[in-house]
Design a protein around this ligand. Sequence first.
Ligand SMILES: Cc1cc2nc3c(=O)[nH]c(=O)nc-3n(C[C@H](O)[C@H](O)[C@H](O)COP(=O)(O)O)c2cc1C
Length: 434
Amino acid sequence: MGFRRFIDGLRASGRLVSVTREVSRDLDVAAVLNALGERPVLFEAVGGVEYPVVGNLFGSKRALADYFGIEPHELIPKIVRAIETPTMPEEVEAAPCREVVEEEVDLDALPILFHCRKDGGRYITSGVFITRSASGIQNVDFHRAMQIGKDRFAVRVVRQRDFDALLNEDKTLAVAVCIGNAPNVLLAAATSVPLGLNELEIANSLEPLKVTRAKTFGGMIPAECEFVLEGVVRLEEREAEGPFVDLTDTYDIVRQEPVFQVTCITHRRDALWQALLPGGREHQMLMGTPREPTIYKEVNGAGVACLDVNVSPGGCSWLHAVVKIDKMREEDGRRAIAAAFRGHRSCKHVFVVDRDVDIYDPVQVEWAMATRFQADVDLVVREREKGSSLDPSADPETSFTTKCGFDCTKPLGERSKPFERALFPEIDLLKILE
Ligand SMILES: Cc1cc2nc3c(=O)[nH]c(=O)nc-3n(C[C@H](O)[C@H](O)[C@H](O)COP(=O)(O)O)c2cc1C
């Protein structure tokens, strides 16, 4: 479908809120995105810049599923298939993202947003970073980037992930930061797959993708994105990055992070800037959704019948996973917990429930815990493991944390006191109350 056609569809069906009054890129846009929650918004006039800004496009499973023309429950199998069978995108010469080549680099001319009062600066949050190492490995992922000059950013690079590994190897990496992407690229960029697998091949399996060569290096980039900022990231050149409100709605700390020097900007003729509100529903969707298939795969791979996974919003769509299983053996709950932690390394708490529990209803999950869980046998504690750098309760230096699994499945076999939720009889209220 593509980014543009999706927005056209939202507009035609009356689901796109259009803000025609001029707003500031400093705080206003973020405040409106936050106030509107999951509702997509187009800011037609942003002070001081000529480009409109669009945001909250994919703030729910329903919105992501609508994009692909499927039901929300079909997302996990679709992403699993795409990861298992990546395919080569079509390479094209004529690319919309190259329609305009800016004569000089001036980041102030772009609607880079200031999101929250105590942030360290204006940030790009929706930028898909594409790099190609000296050894020819293409990697695609996300990095928040804080503007620190007319042509420079400080980029948050989480240690021991793929980009960090390539940067440590090469010391300087050519990158293209692509902004204005559809969910095939966004979800693929957010997956964690073995280094060497080009995530754009996963994107192409989610939905056919056209790619083109970056202008300044050999990397492949989505030809139909809105903006491309090319340049280099240097390991040794560092600047302060942060503070910044990230996924957990808490301030992340200031760190010395690598600098991204921008050397070239290209964009579509009528380019649209894609906003991504930090900690907002869309950010949560992009973080959590690609982890559900990897947990699902690991649990099934461990010989436990996994029926569904929800990386739940109450856990910032990152730190908590609720796993629904068809329990066959007494140890299935514990096996599922171990597998879920393998499927999502940053996860802190895993809740395993039976098939009769709605994993999208936090009250039902809590009910399962209240009625089926005994801490002395059903609790799995894993002390001092590497967790998420986004969790304020983890060690700020090392990200070490204590992980925990809750087996909230009912024991197998007959018991004198049943675990099943009793059903009241149904009744036609209209008949009774008339
Ligand atoms: C919206 C969004 C923002 C992200 N921001 C960052 C970031 O600032 N720095 C970072 O290192 N990873 C960030 N990530 C996570 C990386 O994309 C993540 O490390 C990647 O998906 C895992 O890929 P890897 O296995 O190649 O490291 C972000 C992910 C999403 C979805």
